[in-house]
Design a protein around this ligand. Structure first.
Ligand code: MOS
Length: 738
């Protein structure tokens, strides 16, 4: 039985609130937590080696050979030295191998023909050996001849295009700037960034007849199966993808990637399972990067401190032919008022690592820069930064005129300012402790909210509940929240719920990406459970709404039954949630506010973040603990963006210079202060049947701006080229800033 809902009308029934089990929203521990901390949750690369792996262990290892030119054609491979390494089986060149990962939700193969080189580090062949070590050694020994071509390596000067759908303007911004009582015209730059997930990509493939099974680390396995099938030229039914545990994705595992296709091709050819892991260095060269951005923000303010104009021009980059471009201005369309608006979006075509989605594509860097500019404007206008934002919250989407599904920015700003002690800290002014200058800053957090179609199967039996979907848990808490939803709806303690995810043989979930997971798959889980409740109610002869399910008992009027007695035969239902017309009528977004206190060392230019506070609203919070973890993670990303993260591309050859975690700096425990996260109570009727919205990406949006604004407050230095490393701070302190 399928309970299918096309989400055409908002749902303000808030049904979860009337259930009796009282587990929804609770900060319960992750259901797979014990497996993870005891090593029993087997990750992709461990499939061949873990004691707990149920997969085949007689596997060969493959390592991708990397191109050492930025653009050209492979004319010949000399494999003699590679093949001479003990244990090496083959050096494989196959037209089906792919050059870089598929973009999120592509459902088709990324570009093939690896002999055609589009960037330094691109895979061009695969070495297969009996061991990882032999394959890695041999991959270095493959000699490659190229016919090279001139490469575009500088995003600032490379040829560019203007995707039509990403340009917009209304009114006359130039006139608004001229007439403004205070105006700002400022340009910021953010560098290429890496997702740098803890778990590197890996894929193990084996064939049974004409069907291939791929165990890997992927965020959207149902889409990924189609992408792999397209790359291999076989039917999607002939592909099974398994990704039960994933050590972080942040967008880097949205699409099928070169290691997956290589593993499948090699396994077919050699008749053995083949595991292809990416090395940490290859993570930086092959996984999608976040594009660098150059962003010009223009703001026009009238005498009352109201914005009359907003301009946001961005130049980003990607390889020629790629349709993805970092959607920098996504939230600029609706965050602040102003009738004169202009958005220009330019994409430079470069021969650098392919750009794609990295956590909160767009807002992560776009809101951050807009919020940096707002701080500059507040200073120039002599208006408190919180007050400036409060004054400029629009009544409805200022471009489309659509109402907001919910609007919580003002509340987040006020609640945050209150909890942080904003007003008294600002009044106290800059503090000094020895060499350290202490200041505080803030920023708004805004992120678009999406829903996606999703299917989830729920089975209620005497033993408990089973939930099944191809949805994934990339570390976000999906196992736990789906468990909680079913536990709440069916009146079963969470310990008696088993959730199975990340297998394309199961009903098609949405996959993890764009923060769609919880609301979309949660809505499908809800629908399946509601159907089971209807069936139980009809067995008891009452209406579904009058049925109380709690602790394994069903109560209806003055009758009470043990659930196990009612389900001598298991009850099975599939929930199928599809976004319909509802979302098209509104602007749906999540909201928040960031506050940070930093100390800047006036001798060394070092910055220490002393505290961060985030206040967030994302509809119903399904689990306070997993949601909080997401926000802490996002805010930590923001700290990294502000102070340290930078992928450096060599200007002469285009290779990634900072291609390991020693050179690509991400925040470590010692860098991260106490981070406080507070959620605002909210139910969004446009958030599916749970009144919930995505939270995975909200925490990063604007977080870096709060840190950088605090640096300015502490020492007067504005760093407009991220990250704010000590050299730039020192130059600013010495008045030598460019
Ligand atoms: Mo996300 S960057 O869509 O995983």
């Amino acid at each position: 039985m399928t309970a299918h809902l096309i989400f055409d009308e908002p749902d303000d029934r808030n049904r979860l609130d009337s259930m009796a089990q009282d587990v929804i929203g609770r900060p319960i521990d992750r259901s797979e937590g014990a497996l993870k901390v005891s090593g029993r949750a087997v990750y992709a690369a461990e499939q061949a080696t873990s004691l707990w792996s149920e997969q085949r262990t007689d596997c060969l290892f493959g390592i991708l050979v990397r191109a050492t030119v930025a653009r050209g054609r492979v004319t010949s491979l000399d494999t003699a030295d590679a093949l001479a390494v003990s244990g090496v089986r083959e050096v494989l060149q196959d037209p089906r191998l792919v050059r870089h990962p598929a973009q999120g939700m592509a459902r088709k193969s990324p570009p093939q023909e690896v002999a055609d080189v589009g960037c330094f580090g691109q895979p061009i062949a695969l070495v297969v050996a009996d061991s990882f070590e032999a394959a890695r050694e041999a991959a270095r020994l493959v000699r490659v001849d190229y016919e090279t071509a001139a490469a575009e390596l500088d995003p600032a000067s490379a040829p560019s295009d203007l995707p039509e759908k990403k340009q917009s303007s209304q009114g006359d911004l130039d006139a608004a700037m001229r007439d403004a009582s205070v105006s700002l015209d400022v340009t910021y730059r953010t560098p290429s960034m890496a997702a740098a997930a803890m778990e590197p990509h890996a894929a193990l493939a084996w064939w049974e007849g004409d069907r291939v099974t791929l165990c890997g680390a992927y965020q959207m396995v149902s889409q990924n199966a189609e992408e792999l099938a397209d790359a291999l030229g076989i039917a999607p039914e002939k592909v099974r993808v398994l990704s039960p545990y994933i050590g972080g994705g942040f967008g880097s595992k949205l699409g099928i990637a070169p290691e997956a296709v290589a593993a499948a091709v090699a396994a077919e050819r050699l008749g053995r399972p083949v595991m292809v892991p990416l090395t940490r260095q290859q993570e930086f060269e092959i996984a999608h990067r976040r594009s660098e951005t150059e962003q010009r923000v223009r703001l026009a303010l009238d005498a009352d401190g109201l914005l009359t104009g907003i301009g946001h021009e961005a130049r980003v980059s990607n390889q020629p032919g790629e349709t993805f471009s970092e959607p920098v201005q996504q939230a600029t369309h609706y965050t602040y008022r102003g009738e004169h608006r202009s958005i220009r979006h330019e994409v430079a075509r470069v021969n650098l690592t392919c750009a794609g989605s990295v956590r909160a594509p767009g807002e992560a860097v776009g809101v951050t820069v807009l919020e940096l500019a707002m701080d500059e404007l507040a200073e120039k206008a002599g208006i408190d930064p919180v007050e400036l934002r409060l004054r400029n919250i629009p009544e409805c989407d200022p471009e489309s005129g659509k109402p907001f599904s919910s609007h919580m920015l003002a509340e987040a700003l006020r609640e945050g300012a209150d909890r942080f002690g904003w007003t008294s800290r600002r009044q106290r002014g800059r503090q000094r402790k020895g060499e350290w200058l202490i200041g505080c800053g803030m920023a708004a957090a805004v992120r678009v909210n999406f829903l996606h179609k999703a299917r989830v199967r729920v089975t209620l039996s005497g033993e408990g509940v089973t939930i099944e979907s191809s949805m994934t848990d990339i570390g976000t808490g999906t196992y736990t929240i789906l468990t909680q939803i079913a536990a709440e709806m069916l009146g079963i303690p969470p310990e008696r719920v088993t959730t199975r995810l990340g297998d394309t043989d199961l009903p098609e979930g949405s996959g993890s990406g764009g923060s769609i997971g919880a609301a979309s798959n949660g809505s499908a889980t809800y629908l399946a459970c509601e159907e089971i409740r209807r069936q139980l109610a009809s067995r008891l002869g009452c209406a579904e709404e009058d049925l109380t399910l709690k602790d394994g008992r069903a109560t209806c009027g003055n009758r009470s039954h043990d659930l196990a007695e009612l389900v001598s035969e298991p009850l099975v239902a599939e929930g199928f949630f599809e976004p319909g017309k509802a979302m098209g009528r509104v602007r749906s977004s999540t909201w928040g506010a960031h506050f940070a206190e930093v100390a800047v060392n006036e001798v060394t230019g070092e910055v220490r973040v002393r505290s961060m506070l985030g206040v967030f609203a994302a509809g119903r919070i399904l689990n306070e603990k997993t949601a909080r973890s997401q926000c802490i993670g996002g805010m930590t990303f923001g700290l990294g963006m502000a102070l340290m993260e930078e992928m450096v591309h060599d200007g002469r050859h285009g290779h990634v210079v900072s291609r390991d975690l020693a050179n690509y700096h991400i925040p470590t425990n010692a860098d991260v202060p106490r981070i406080e996260v507070h959620f605002l109570h909210e139910r969004d009727a446009y958030g599916g049947t749970l009144q919930a919205k995505g939270i995975g990406e909200l925490g990063i949006c604007g977080a870096g701006a709060a840190v950088l604004n605090a640096i300015h407050d502490a020492c007067g230095v504005r760093v407009r080229e991220l990250p704010a490393t000590p050299d730039k701070i020192l130059a600013g302190l010495c008045g030598m800033q460019g």
